[in-house]
Design a protein around this ligand. Sequence first.
Ligand code: ZN
Length: 76
Amino acid sequence: MTLVVAREGGTSWIAGMTCPCGCGRRLEMMLLPEVRPRWQVAEHRRGPSLYPSVWASGGCRSHFWLRRGEVHWCRD
Ligand SMILES: [Zn+2]
């Protein structure tokens, strides 16, 4: 699992990753404080965490938490 964070001028503005379900789609999470919805990224030694959970609207409808580089699936 690779989370790519785009930064500009010291500001992280978007995080992207390939959907961990294997469908191949790209998930993008906005990080800027003025947008909704927005996510927060925390970097840990073992990997990044995202808050809140990530969900894919439409398609595979994946819903998961990314915690310290690991995917934790939400079962609805
Ligand atoms: Zn998927």
